[in-house]
Ligand binder design. Structure first.
Ligand SMILES: [Fe+2]
Length: 364
């Protein structure tokens, strides 16, 4: 039965100003009106500690890292380094931490040995440390318990909060993480746009992680949570004949999606996706996958939803990966695009116009 407090909190959150924000109504302009500079006001406000800095970005920034469990650490590490082209940033007794070459943060993927394959955690980075307290308050008011994870408990990472989403995935938010720097030659100042390892033809070598897709029995409830509580904006939705959401695409980083939710079992991971710079890189990725005997799931093709170009494939233990490029840039006033179930094939795979059964059924 639904928690009454959660319903009330949801209404408060949907209608009100986000918790922890303070509206600045009038700058403290000098009396003679001659020396007013908006940047002075921003800096003064920041120093005052009185509240949110006007214009300062808040809340969730982007997908930080995906933590998955694997039954063979050596095999998956070999795949994610030698085929995918990620780099190992740390190893512990039970885990390998990996990052893409253009990522500065400690890792974007953690592989942890466990008896079964699955998703352990999806972790998003927030802009500032005080966003954690704000979002902790919002999740708690929604009716979900929140755990605080202290600095250092997660390798390379500062304090974080963790909670279960309505569909049962464990979600983490963190602000601080060790910066290990981009791995390939990217000299500062005046970085190169191209260099050894950026486009290694024997590895996919994506510059960064991009987004992930989870499954939920009640897509509408989950979507409401991510929007009302965590501040995600919805770019696209797929509706059934009764107007219920079968899938939603949500963003925080002005990309077509940082997170998507599709109908399926609670707690599931459908895939996580790497960014590639353009269609040529997608074609090269297909060559690398074929050369290495990696089973393709779908593609190369294009999505109707997001308009992105894509390939889906599986790592050696069956976790679905994607490489993705293209799509539009949604500003906060971007209208939500709607697809109907009778066009689900074109929505997901625009060229083929139909889904394969495996794509709908298989997740970890
Ligand atoms: Fe995707």
């Amino acid at each position: 039965m639904e928690n009454v407090n959660a319903v009330t909190a949801r209404q408060d959150l949907a209608e009100g100003t986000p918790a922890g924000t303070t509206r600045l109504t009038a700058p403290d302009a000098p009396a003679d009106g001659s020396r007013f500079d908006p940047s002075d006001t921003r800096q003064a406000w920041a120093r005052s500690g009185r509240g949110t800095v006007p214009g300062r970005p808040q809340g969730i920034l982007r997908l930080g890292h995906v933590d998955v469990t694997v039954t063979d650490l050596d095999l998956t590490t070999a795949y994610y380094t030698e085929v995918m082209g990620m780099e190992v940033s740390a190893r512990t007794e039970d885990s390998v931490y990996l990052k893409c070459w253009d990522e500065e943060d400690h890792h974007s993927l953690r592989l942890r040995y466990a008896p079964r394959v699955g998703m352990e955690l999806m972790s998003f980075k927030v802009h500032h440390e005080d966003d954690l307290a704000d979002l902790e308050d919002r999740v708690t008011r929604y009716g979900f318990p929140v755990d605080r994870i202290s600095r250092g408990e997660s390798l390379g990472q500062g304090e974080s909060i963790r909670f279960a989403t309505p569909s049962g995935q464990l979600m983490e938010l963190f602000a601080e993480v060790e910066k290990v720097g981009a791995s390939r030659p990217r000299s500062q100042p005046n970085p190169d746009a191209y260099g050894p390892g950026h486009t290694a033809r024997d590895r996919i070598a994506p510059p960064r992680m991009d987004h992930m897709l989870i499954t939920a029995e009640e897509v509408g409830d989950s979507t409401q949570f991510f929007m009302d509580v965590l501040g995600f904006r919805i770019t696209e939705q797929l509706l059934d004949g009764n107007g219920h959401q079968l899938g939603t695409w949500l963003e925080r980083s002005h990309s077509p999606h940082d997170l998507a939710i599709v109908h399926g079992a609670n707690g599931g991971l459908h895939h996580f996706a790497y960014w590639l710079d353009d269609w040529d890189d997608v074609r090269d990725a297909a060559d690398v996958l074929a050369y290495n005997g990696i089973q393709l799931d779908v593609g190369p093709t294009r999505h109707g939803i997001t308009r992105g170009s894509t390939i889906y494939f599986f790592d050696p233990l069956g976790t679905r990966n994607e490489v993705f490029t293209g799509g539009y840039r949604p500003d906060p006033d971007f209208p939500t695009l709607t697809w109907t179930e009778d066009n689900i094939g074109r929505a997901i795979f625009y060229y083929e116009g139909e889904l394969n059964d495996r794509f709908m059924r298989v997740h970890t």
